[in-house]
Write a protein that binds this ligand. Structure first.
Ligand code: 13P
Length: 248
């Protein structure tokens, strides 16, 4: 039985006051849900959010990290520092990081290893561009992102990873993949996991969909057989929308 996981990815949004207000607005409304609720916030907010979310079922995640524990890496944050705050998750390999900050499958793989070493659960993102989709390459691209990103990750560690399928053309565009399109790729990802890790992990791995998820389309997306959650950008900034998605 896979527990659904709804994670908000706030990207580069919100001040401390706004973030704390958000948690205060939603925490009672998401209490008692069977869904795992995560907010992935900018680094500057995590400590205040941790305090604001104390005693609630809201878990916290970061949106990126370096793979080293410390060193001369100006502007970076290490897994050790994130563990120090006590976060549960870290988004790794988001398409915006691949696109604007030169992340590759190789750096993504290093970060996944580092996160796991520190007990941080990766939300590992994959997805194709519009051009790749239109030229029929979706399956091959996503498969190679999965294989490369998970290189030398053990089965035991695989249980701690959440995969997020985010077609790049559906991010922030208002263009959602149809639930069937999303499910089809997620089904293929699960098949790849079966090839790599066998039957048990294949049935247990949680795979989210991300890309223009909102309150009004969450239910039909979540009702798809292979979709176990959502990674939500824009709509996760709005308390009512986020609550509606969590309570799909
Ligand atoms: P939107 O929900 O704004 O399309 O963003 C999706 C996303 O990138 C989540 O990581």
């Amino acid at each position: 039985m896979r527990i659904p996981i709804i994670a908000g990815n706030w990207k580069m949004h919100k001040t401390i006051n706004e973030a704390v207000q958000f948690v205060n607005d939603i925490k009672e409304k998401v209490q008692g849900t069977d869904v795992e609720v995560v907010i992935c916030a900018p680094f500057t907010l995590l400590l205040s959010l941790k305090e604001a979310a104390a005693g609630s079922n809201i878990k916290l995640g970061a949106q990126n990290m370096h793979w080293e524990n410390q060193g001369a890496f100006t502007g970076e944050i290490s897994p050790l520092m994130l563990k120090d705050i006590g976060i549960d998750y870290c988004i790794i390999g988001h398409s915006e990081r691949r696109q604007y900050f030169a992340e590759t499958d190789e750096t993504v793989n290093k970060k996944i290893h580092a996160a796991l070493q520190h007990g941080i659960n990766p939300i590992f993102c994959v997805g194709e561009t519009l051009e790749e989709r239109e030229s029929g390459k979706t399956e091959a691209i996503v498969k190679s992102q999965i294989q490369n990103g998970l290189e030398n990750i053990s089965g035991e560690d695989m249980n701690k990873i959440v995969i997020a399928y985010e077609p790049i053309w559906a991010i922030g565009t208002g263009k959602t993949a149809t639930p069937e399109q999303a499910n089809e790729v997620i089904y293929q990802i699960r098949e790849t996991i079966k090839e790599l890790y066998g039957e048990t992990i294949y049935t247990e791995v949680r795979i989210q969909y991300g890309g223009s998820v909102k309150g009004s389309n969450a239910e039909e997306i979540m009702n798809q057989e292979d979709i176990d959650g959502a990674l939500v950008g824009g709509a996760s900034l709005l308390p009512d929308e986020f609550v509606q998605i969590v309570n799909f």
